[in-house]
Design a protein. Structure first.
Length: 238
């Protein structure tokens, strides 16, 4: 039988406040369920295809949230930031209340694709070094990138404070100063350190792909969207 839950508890679990706050919103007629106003907090509802509005804002019920964000520059990937606004300020408040986390941080000056979820297992799987989910970065370098540099990145580089050499999985030259570099790991400042090790310097860094999932052209800087079933399949190819 389909799982049922009362409206007050559903709203609270979706991140709309404490049970008491949600109860008050329901009694104040601020909630519709599947198109109908519902003012009884104890109404039992099936969670399947459940759509509601909260203060006229539409919201589809999701047990767990999985989304992608096009990170802008000058945003930090932590909840408590030091110098810049947090990426979480770009998301609807209920998601932040639900405790969503980004999967692998980007530096404040890095832009591009970042995944965000409140599913602990998914976060663990995607960030675990064991799973080695490849990530592709578009790297703009201060100096021209030479063939010898590309060979060095592919053959492996010994970074300060790392025991083993680290090699890029792939490097594609896009223009004299721009490469697409694929990495299996997500070590601290890894791209910038690898580029510094070939006597160059990163002037622009954008993550354009995770697994087989590309940053969509139509996702503007600062925008987010839910991950579709297709997107999820691209993250864990069989
Ligand atoms: N490597 C870096 O140096 N910075 C990032 O933000 C991501 C990968």
């Amino acid at each position: 039988m389909a799982k049922k839950l009362d409206l007050e508890r559903i709203l609270s679990k979706q991140g709309f406040g404490t049970r008491k706050q949600c109860r008050i919103m329901i009694i104040n007629e601020e909630i519709t369920v599947n198109g109908e106003m519902c003012d009884d907090p104890d109404t039992e509802l099936s969670l399947e295809n459940l759509k509601f509005t909260v203060k006229n804002e539409p919201w589809d019920y999701r047990e767990k949230s999985y989304l992608m964000l096009h990170k802008p520059s000058n945003y930090e990937c932590s909840h408590k930031t030091q110098h810049h606004p947090t990426i979480y300020s770009l998301l609807p408040h209920p998601l932040v209340e639900r405790g969503v986390q980004c999967i692998g941080r980007l530096d404040e000056d890095t832009t591009g694709l970042i995944l965000i979820s409140d599913d602990g297992q998914f976060i663990h799987k995607m960030s675990s070094p064991k799973h080695k989910v490849p990530k592709v970065y578009e790297v703009t370098c201060k100096h021209p990138v030479l063939q010898a540099n590309i060979h060095a990145l592919l053959n492996g580089i010994k970074l300060v404070d790392e025991d083993q050499t680290i090699a890029a999985l792939a490097v594609e030259q896009v223009s004299e100063h721009v490469i697409h570099m694929t990495l299996a790991e997500g070590k601290y400042h890894q791209v910038k350190r690898m580029i510094a090790a070939i006597s160059n310097r990163v002037e622009g860094l954008k993550r354009i792909q995770i697994g087989e999932l590309k940053l969509p052209d139509n996702l503007a800087v600062g925008e987010w969207r839910w991950l579709s079933a297709n997107d999820m399949a691209r993250l864990s190819p069989s």
